[in-house]
Design a protein around this ligand. Structure first.
Ligand code: ADP
Ligand code: ZN
Ligand code: MG
Length: 480
């Protein structure tokens, strides 16, 4: 059978670090990037006799995430110990949630390539603590433990195996990321590991109802490698089955450099975590009022913004989708448009030049270095005729390199549009003198010659001449 006769089945377990100021069971800061072991205390270092106290904000953020993803919120929940040994886990157990997660039975809607919508079900969202970090090879091949991350709060969002392609998995992750950003419970910085996914993949022959055996690739933190890893793993499984073999349930390690995955050997899936309720923590009971209050204070979600952009600004469905996919992009759009009052033009700049540069530089929208004021100012300069849109493109490039007031940029670079009649006339005469053939062509009825002359004048002025004025003046001269 061929590859097309198989269907890929994917389920994702996504970990998101919550952006609370302090850790989940102590008051150490959660900030990323501090010197090793400076954000620690006896509790998160697991000293004997210390007691955890649950950070209320963690519950609030998890409930927010549950409500924004259509989950049912448990009124009665608890924390459990998940026991395993690893050097980055000083207590030798992780405090997590086992059989009573805070949120269950949710869904996220994704848009498929053909424009259809599909609901991806969420099994659960639970709260847990992050582990520390091992830094390998820094000192003669040894490993050092950094416990700054130990006890940073996480939510784990588990999907049902509803995804059927790497594209769907990518769309799901992007949607989930955007929702978490909108409700401001996680900064979702994938490059810092704030958002990472365990990717479960299986294949089955099309038309069958039973799932195949899955494998799992843990801790993946870029969309691109997740897509590649799914494709690679599905191909590998299909090859094994086609050759008469069977898939073993195992944990694999994806290697982005070689584009391959490798068996991790230790059969983590066979592990018994000996879950039991943490006796140091009280049960989590949530009142109706508490949940209702969080629900009423949820910020506007991408769906609603999208509808508003179509209605209020007359943007297309596609453009509204693209703009609202990132809260940062969407905020930038709203702020800039409120300054320059030109929604369509702002949307165009963001979705064409700005998006192209983001792609080229492999940056996320929240890494755009310039402000809404700077973007709006650039658009206003074009509107006023101070610069041409060709120069506008150069200003955008410059705003990425060295963000500052566009007016200063164009002054410094000498990019101000030449709209002075005398100066334009001078260029026109110079170009006409150098191109007698074009004059003859124009007089013989070849209108294209005008375009050529304007082009030459633009080249001469490095794109700075006002194109409307050039056109008008060339015509006047040619008709003399
Ligand atoms: P764990 O990995 O902790 O043992 P689960 O058994 O709940 O947890 O499954 C974890 C993830 O694996 C879920 O996201 C689920 O959708 C996914 N999954 C389960 N079975 C399959 C399968 N046959 N193929 C692909 N994904 C699957
Ligand atoms: Zn601490
Ligand atoms: Mg798993």
């Amino acid at each position: 059978m061929a590859r097309e006769d198989y269907e890929i089945v994917i389920g994702l377990e996504v970990h998101a670090e919550l952006s609370t100021k302090t850790k989940i069971f102590c008051s150490c800061p959660t900030e990323f990037g501090a010197d090793p072991n400076t954000h620690t205390c006896p509790i998160c270092m697991a000293m004997p006799g210390t007691l955890p106290v649950l950070n209320e904000k963690v519950v609030e953020y998890a409930v927010k995430a549950g409500l924004a993803t259509n989950c049912e919120i448990s009124r009665d929940s608890k924390n459990d110990r998940k026991n395993y040994f690893y050097p980055d886990l000083p207590k030798s157990y992780q405090i997590s949630q086992f059989d009573k997660p805070l949120c269950e039975y949710g869904y996220i809607e994704i848009e498929l390539e053909n424009g259809e919508k599909k609901k991806i079900r969420l099994t659960r969202i639970h709260i847990e603590e992050d582990a520390g970090k091992l830094n390998h090879n820094e000192f003669g091949g040894g490993s050092l433990v950094d416990l700054n991350r130990a006890g940073v709060p996480l939510i784990e969002i588990v999907s049902e195996p509803d995804l059927r392609s790497s594209k769907e998995a990518e769309a799901y992750l992007k949607k989930l990321k955007s929702i978490l950003e909108y409700i401001e419970v996680s900064d979702c910085k994938m490059q810092e590991g704030s958002l990472r996914a365990d990717v479960n993949v299986s294949v089955r022959k099309k038309g069958t109802t039973e799932f195949g055996t899955r494998t799992e690739m843990k801790n993946m933190n870029s969309f691109r490698s997740i897509v590649r890893a799914i494709e690679y793993e599905a191909d590998r499984q299909i090859d094994v089955i086609e050759e008469g073999g069977t898939i073993e349930q195992e944990t694999l390690r994806w290697d982005d450099v070689s584009g391959k995955n490798f068996s991790m050997r230790d059969k983590e899936d066979a592990q018994d975590y000996r879950y039991f309720p943490d006796p140091d923590l009280v049960a989590i009971r949530l009142s109706e009022d508490y949940i209702e209050n969080i629900k009423n204070n949820l910020p506007e979600l991408p769906e609603s913004r999208r509808a508003r952009y179509i209605q209020e600004f007359g943007l297309s469905e596609k453009d509204s989708n693209l703009l609202t996919a990132s809260k940062h992009l969407s905020n930038l759009f709203e702020e800039a448009q409120s300054i320059c009052n030109n929604a369509k033009t702002v949307a165009n700049w963001l979705l064409s030049d700005v998006s192209r540069i983001l792609n080229e530089k492999e940056l996320e929208p929240d890494q755009i270095p310039f402000t809404a004021e700077q973007l709006a100012k650039m658009i206003t300069l074009i509107d006023k005729g101070t610069i041409s849109s060709a120069i506008g493109k150069k200003v955008i490039e410059e705003l990425f390199e060295n963000p500052k007031d566009p007016e200063e940029i164009i002054k410094e670079k000498g990019w101000i549009q030449i709209s002075d009649e005398g100066a334009i006339k001078e260029v026109v005469m110079k170009i006409l003198e150098a191109n007698p053939q074009s004059i003859a062509d124009f007089k013989a009825g070849k209108d294209k010659a005008l375009g050529f002359l304007v082009g030459q004048a633009m080249k001469e002025t490095k794109g700075k001449a006002n194109p409307q004025m050039l056109n008008k003046m060339f015509l006047e001269e040619l008709k003399k």
